[in-house]
Design a protein around this ligand. Structure first.
Ligand code: SAM
Length: 365
């Protein structure tokens, strides 16, 4: 089975490792390709067919898509791939011609192998890049091609609100992917524990990428500006045994973080402190790891205050941090100045896609 997997841009390598690790734990062979056709935020996994024996002793086929939906912490969607193709030049084509090409391609595919005529279906589109048409046009075109193809077998059923089968049609620049979306309408990064919605919350997939990159060893971990607690909650959910501490300046967000931790069933594993990260030494003498999505001053707060906030915070951090720090910000200059001024060395830097922005991720020592 070929699966098209989606995640945040810039963490494909970590998602690949997670997928390999998950299938390895089940002794199932998998080969994972990062960024198929050069498309960021996407992976293709080729998973070998395998079987297991259920509690009644019956031989059953192992479903890799369900397995990933239930166990991945880095993926957004798990799509059973029907076909992928590069439509060279589609970006500059007349809309009618481009959409006709998509229609013909989808119509030529064995759609009937993926949906029964008695099942209702809908197409969810995704489009990124410069095109002369919209994602709604893609949904309509792909929907008609599927409908027409299935009409050979009876009267197809369309249900846009509650379909039995969701087709996902993605056009990213000139690459087209079509598959069955096994994740459903809510992306996996939207965690069910999120009962408090912080205005600048971090995607849980990126939180997990930061946790992976920190290479934790069981030592204490702090998020000094923890907002609604995403990083700490995801860490606790992984069963982390070390001390987990969260500091947040505002009561409202801290209360929200506690509510989220309670909903996740990990409130007892995290020490939440209402406090100011620029006075870090008042709360902790020493901490092994710091992982944080810092304020950027975009959604909340003033941008002009960021350089001083970072300078004061990293000055305090330099007095307590024993091992590594992983930080995320849009404010490259301010953070790099604060690192340099306070004796931190950058071990790794990468760009990650978050909420339509390219965010800088740093590992420091
Ligand atoms: N990762 C968090 C989440 O998923 O909800 C969001 C963090 S948000 C980008 C940054 C947080 O830092 C905000 O909640 C803000 O209130 C907090 N903050 C700003 N200045 C602070 C300070 N001096 N000390 C502690 N927290 C601060």
């Amino acid at each position: 089975m070929r699966l098209l997997l989606t995640t945040s841009q810039g963490i494909e390598d970590l998602a690949k490792k997670e997928v390999e690790r998950l299938f390895e734990s089940k002794e199932i062979k998998v080969s994972v390709e990062e960024k198929p056709f050069g498309v960021e935020g996407r992976l293709i996994a080729e998973v070998e067919e395998s079987f297991y024996t259920d509690e009644k002793g019956k031989k059953r086929e192992f479903n890799p898509a369900t397995f990933l939906n239930e166990n991945s912490r880095l993926l957004h969607r798990v799509i059973v791939e029907i076909a992928s193709l590069k439509f060279k030049g589609i970006e500059s084509q007349e809309p009618e011609k481009a959409l006709k090409e998509i229609y013909n391609f989808v119509y030529s595919l064995p759609i009937e192998n993926y949906v029964k005529i008695t099942e209702s279906f809908a197409v969810r589109p995704f489009r990124k890049g410069e095109h002369e048409f919209t994602s709604v046009d893609i949904a309509k075109t792909v929907g008609s091609a599927i409908y027409d193809r299935l009409s050979r077998y009876g009267k197809p059923k369309v249900n846009l609100d509650h379909p039995s089968v969701i087709f996902r049609a993605e056009l990213i620049d000139d690459t087209f992917f079509l598959g069955i979306d096994t994740t459903g309408d809510s992306s996996l990064h939207k965690r069910s524990w999120r009962v408090y919605d912080h205005p600048a919350h971090l995607k849980a997939s990126i939180a997990n990428a930061m946790i992976e990159l920190a290479e934790l060893d069981g030592g204490s971990v702090i998020d000094p500006m923890c907002g609604s607690g995403t990083i700490l909650i995801e860490l606790a959910l992984k069963g982390y045994e070390g001390r987990i501490i969260g500091i947040e300046k505002y009561k409202k967000h801290l209360r929200g973080a506690r509510m989220n931790a309670l909903a996740a069933g990990v409130l007892g594993k995290i020490e939440f402190i209402q406090g100011d990260a620029t006075k870090l030494t008042q709360y902790v003498d020493s901490v092994d790891f710091a992982i944080s999505n810092l304020p950027y001053g975009l959604k909340i707060g003033k941008k002009s205050l960021i350089p001083k906030l970072y300078m004061d915070f990293f000055s305090q951090l330099s007095k307590v941090l024993e091992k590594r720090g992983v930080f995320l910000t849009t404010e490259k200059r301010a953070i790099e100045e604060a690192f340099a001024e306070n004796g931190f060395r950058i071990l790794h830097h990468r760009l990650v896609g978050h909420g339509g922005l390219r965010v800088h991720l740093y590992i420091i020592q």
